[in-house]
Design a protein around this ligand. Structure first.
Ligand code: ADP
Length: 203
């Protein structure tokens, strides 16, 4: 079982890349942000708890998000693996995830999408008008960036050399190419069949 963990700031493009990777590899894309926003939209108990916290750009409790992730990765479609987007977001979450993954015997692949802060601000200003996400107010974004810097950035030290760093600058295709090349698991799945299978078929 392969657990691909994507790290990156709000606005780094990690959601888009996670979706593309999931599609290419045929693995489920698990975004805690998407699950939480859906809960808010559905008005569930979870949504009621998460709504104001998310609107303020703060983090929902570790216990709640761990529950969401544990439940989701226990589903049958996660048997071969999954792509995590937005989890873990702090060291407590990373430790909890590490325990869950070792119980499952999963292999961790960690990639960080690196984008400089001034580029992030410019991107989020552009995104606000287009998809109208409620938590994309200027103030909430600033808060999310602060939370990212204090809580999530230290994950790079936590994971250390288990993380591959890739630049998030350039087109989505550029970033996707770098991501696939940087993840040996993804590269093997995506590149090898394209290069090798056609030769075998024509021989
Ligand atoms: P972005 O990557 O743009 O910051 P996400 O869609 O990943 O946004 O998350 C949106 C919001 O959902 C976060 O600001 C936070 O309030 C909540 N959230 C998502 N994932 C987590 C998590 N792992 N721990 C705590 N809160 C989370």
């Amino acid at each position: 079982m392969n657990a691909i963990i994507l790290l990156g700031a709000p606005g780094s493009g990690k959601g888009t890349q996670a979706m593309r990777l999931a599609e290419s590899l045929g693995l489920p894309h698990i975004s805690t942000g998407v699950i939480l926003r859906q809960a808010v939209a559905d008005g569930t108990e979870l949504g009621k708890v998460a709504r104001d916290i998310m609107a303020a750009g703060s983090l929902v409790s570790d216990e709640i998000v761990l529950g969401i992730v544990e439940e989701r990765i226990a589903a049958p479609d996660c048997g071969r693996g999954f792509i995590l987007d937005g989890y873990p977001r702090n060291q407590a979450q990373a430790r909890a995830l590490g325990e869950v993954l070792s119980t499952l015997g999963a292999t961790e692949w960690i990639a960080n999408i690196d984008v400089p802060p001034e580029e992030l601000t410019a991107r989020v200003r552009g995104r606000r008008g287009t998809d109208g996400r409620q938590d994309d107010s200027e103030e909430a974004f600033r808060r999310r960036l602060e939370v990212y810097e204090s809580e999530s950035l230290p994950l790079l030290d936590y994971y250390g050399n288990r993380t591959v760093n890739i630049s998030g600058l350039g087109s989505r295709d550029d970033v996707f190419g770098r991501l696939c090349a940087a993840l040996p698991f993804a590269a093997a799945q995506l590149v090898t069949p394209k290069l090798v299978t056609p030769k075998l078929v024509t021989q």
